[in-house]
Design a protein around this ligand. Structure first.
Ligand code: EPU
Length: 353
């Protein structure tokens, strides 16, 4: 397997940030990964796992050996009384998987249509949209331990899924007694349980208005897929045209008292009541309320149609464009102004490298 030296990473991250990898290897199988781990030169080097590059901010050149995961394969591996079990290689494109499952007659992933990135990256941040999270459809995954070369399987309870969070986003911390796998587990395959008694997941305002528009109250999975694609296309920039990493901050949860204080400052702040009595704030509306929509710092900007998305305003894909430093400067300026106005510290969603 070829290890390329001094590789420009701009085409491999959806923000199209300019940064180089000292060395990059494309891994298409478990054997490829093991060959690298056993290699006298590359084996002992630190490694950085790269999927679709859709949830990272590169703040400089990557010194670690970049493992670009290109493990393919889509297949039905099992069928239980309740579900179809579908397995996908970590290097498959996420949206292609969603399309393929629908074409095969296995609905369940339609609310997650058009999310950029690869299958292997999906569990890392427990991707979610329009009322469905990856963990709702997850069965298990296989991963290689980059320290020992051993292949192991994890089920949902072992993945520590949370809101845009999992065990793969955290390092080990003896102090916090945390079992983290960040940088250690290379996900090779993911299995999904797609329910045979499928029911549409509706209830999100954007989907409800699509239903009202077409006057149908029992949509098919294909219909929901089409709606989600249409909604995302109107709200979110296409990374092929405008570099971005999706939502840049998580939606914060607050107490009813904090929420009352925030609403007193701006009654337009969008918020949702949760079943546990807490309240979720739309981070996009907090940022919007601070006047950031459409603003820029250097070549990093806030998307005009959705303040939660930061974008690359530099010329894309020709060696020009935003740096990770500019993106983080903008992100910190937004955090400061939201904190000063509302007392809420927004937490970034992408992994900052
Ligand atoms: N809003 C504003 N101004 C803005 C942006 C949003 O007022 O600039 C308001 C909207 O009008 C809406 C509310 O805030 O009432 C929520 O906006 P939206 O429905 O667009 O969803 P979101 O909370 O901004 C989350 C996820 C998205 C996911 C959508 C749909 C997070 C951090 N983001 O966005 O996920 O697609 O819901 O489920 O949870 C991603 O993670 O990369 C991502 C795109």
């Amino acid at each position: 397997m070829l290890v390329e030296k001094n590789v420009q990473l701009q085409p491999f991250n959806t923000f199209h940030i300019i940064a180089k990898a000292r060395a990059l290897a494309r891994v298409a199988s478990v054997d490829d990964v093991r060959a690298l781990l056993e290699h006298p030169l590359w084996g002992p080097e630190p490694k950085f796992i790269l999927g679709g590059g859709s949830n990272i901010v590169l703040t400089g050149d990557v010194q670690a050996l970049v493992l670009k995961v290109e493990i393919k394969g889509l297949r039905l591996v099992d069928e239980t009384a309740r579900a179809f079990i579908v397995e996908a290689g970590a290097g498959e494109n996420w949206h292609d998987l969603v399309r393929w499952t629908l074409a095969q007659g296995y609905p369940g992933l339609e609310n997650l249509a058009l999310i950029p990135g690869t299958v292997g990256a999906a569990p890392v941040q427990n991707i979610g949209a329009y009322g469905v999270e990856l963990q709702d459809r997850f069965e298990s995954l296989d991963a290689i331990d980059l320290q020992t070369g051993q292949l192991f399987t994890l089920h949902a309870a072992q993945c520590g899924f949370g809101y845009r969070d999992s065990v793969f986003k955290h390092g080990r911390s003896a102090a916090k007694n945390a079992f983290g796998l960040q940088g250690r587990a290379l996900i090779v395959r993911v299995r999904f349980a797609l329910p045979k008694d499928w029911k549409p997941v509706l209830g999100y305002a954007d989907l409800e208005s699509k239903m009202a528009e077409c006057g149908c109250n029992a949509p098919s999975a294909r219909q929901i897929f089409d709606w989600v694609c249409a909604i995302r296309r109107t709200k979110l920039p296409d990374p092929a045209l405008v570099g971005n990493a999706g939502s840049f901050f998580k939606n914060p949860n607050v107490s009813p008292e904090q929420c009352a204080d925030i609403i007193a400052r701006d009654p337009k702040v969008v918020h949702y009541h949760l079943s546990n009595g807490g309240i979720k704030l739309a981070a996009g509306s907090l940022i919007d309320s601070c006047g950031w929509k459409g603003k820029s710092i250097g070549q990093a900007g806030v998307y005009e149609k959705q303040a939660l998305v930061l974008v690359n305003r530099g010329a894309n894909m020709n060696g020009n464009g935003v740096t990770g430093g500019e993106v983080m400067t903008l992100a910190k300026a937004i955090q400061t102004s939201v904190y000063e106005r509302f007392g809420i510290l927004l937490e970034p969603e992408p992994v900052v490298v």
